[in-house]
Design a protein around this ligand. Sequence first.
Ligand SMILES: Cc1cc2nc3c(=O)[nH]c(=O)nc-3n(C[C@H](O)[C@H](O)[C@H](O)COP(=O)(O)OP(=O)(O)OC[C@H]3O[C@@H](n4cnc5c(N)ncnc54)[C@H](O)[C@@H]3O)c2cc1C
Length: 395
Amino acid sequence: MARGLWLISRAVGRLRPLLVQGPTRSFSASAPEQLHVCVVGSGPAGFYTADRMLKGHEGAQVDIIDRLPTPFGLVRSGVAPDHPETKIVVNQFSRVAANGRCSFFGNVTLGRDISLSELRKTYHAVVLAYGAESDRSLGIPGEDLKGIHSAREFVWWYNGHPDMCDLCPDLKNTESAVVLGQGNVALDVARILLRCKAELATTDITDYALDALRGSTIRKVYLVGRRGPVQAACTAKELREILGLKNVRICIKETDLVTTPADEEEMRNSRIQRRVYELLLKAASAHGGNNYNDQKELHFVFFRRPTRFIPAENGSTIGAVQLEKTVLKGDEVTGKQVAVGAGEFEDLKCGSCAKFKRKSPEQRIRDCHSRKRLVRGRMVKERTNWDCCNKSSLC
Ligand SMILES: Cc1cc2nc3c(=O)[nH]c(=O)nc-3n(C[C@H](O)[C@H](O)[C@H](O)COP(=O)(O)OP(=O)(O)OC[C@H]3O[C@@H](n4cnc5c(N)ncnc54)[C@H](O)[C@@H]3O)c2cc1C
């Protein structure tokens, strides 16, 4: 079910007259009012909302606007290029877009080309489904060093998102990349870095990213997680895929695989966690002995949290990540095991780092309170009435 934020407007009209020169729609007093809805954002949330609107309200007109010229949000710019099956959902969205009562307006940015108050005056309802496009900082020293990228930046880069085409991550001057996080997106990034380029060439990855990856000197990727193998945030399907990459040696410390009674309890309660742990255990024993010269390496680094990014000798690019060892403690409120620093530090050398923290939708909404708008060449604060948003669920 799609989720988003709803703003009910009393005014009647449509976006179209505001954006293109054309006749303004008028309504006769006797004709029943048609429901006109504007959906901001054409990702999954936007399209599922549009679909429900069209099916649930006979005669409803839905306009979808997006700041990009192309629709589908993160299905296009987030899902990894070697996961075409995940992108099949765009067929369903295309059917929604083909509905005569649905229109898509690309290249229209809420807060720049059109304000929320204008939309509210124009539509009966405005649904904000603009995703979560900004990153949260880790809040540790050295985060601005060159060579450190957020997952969003890196993924947008290899997927050809217009905002990140010029990212040019330096993949040539280092042997090692550190990926902070062990969720599915972290696995996507590690897989794209390590995967055989002939295989990647058969996907819809952008040409410039494929060229850069072909020239990459990165041989070792470190996936760093604050907690242990039982708590790794990825799913078994994604993990199995990366563990099966051709010509990649999997490195996991045996001591990290020792479980505690609390871990066993967690695995009894979660089949997914048990499956992930079993896969890591099997991979550790299977890859133990073999090592070929041209093999790449994927290191799972558990029980470590980043505390500082250390510059290389030139002072401006990343040279290493300082990690603090962690231990797991039961959280009194949630009952879950959380990582706490153990006060022991070590440096992990690298020339490239991807970090995984996205702003929550709640933070995005807070940011929008002070969203600035370009008015006749001046930056002004947009006067919107976001306080009156009613939150509903996200899909
Ligand atoms: C790197 C990555 C990989 C992922 N891989 C998978 C996967 O394999 N499988 C899976 O199920 N899920 C995956 N996800 C999660 C999934 O992509 C998201 O949950 C989903 O896309 C969220 O949908 P959304 O519609 O809320 O936001 P989005 O998909 O982000 O869409 C938001 C849209 O709003 C537009 N927009 C933003 N601001 C404005 C504005 N001011 N005005 C107009 N338009 C605006 C954007 O251009 C965008 O098109 C992944 C996520 C990421 C980050």
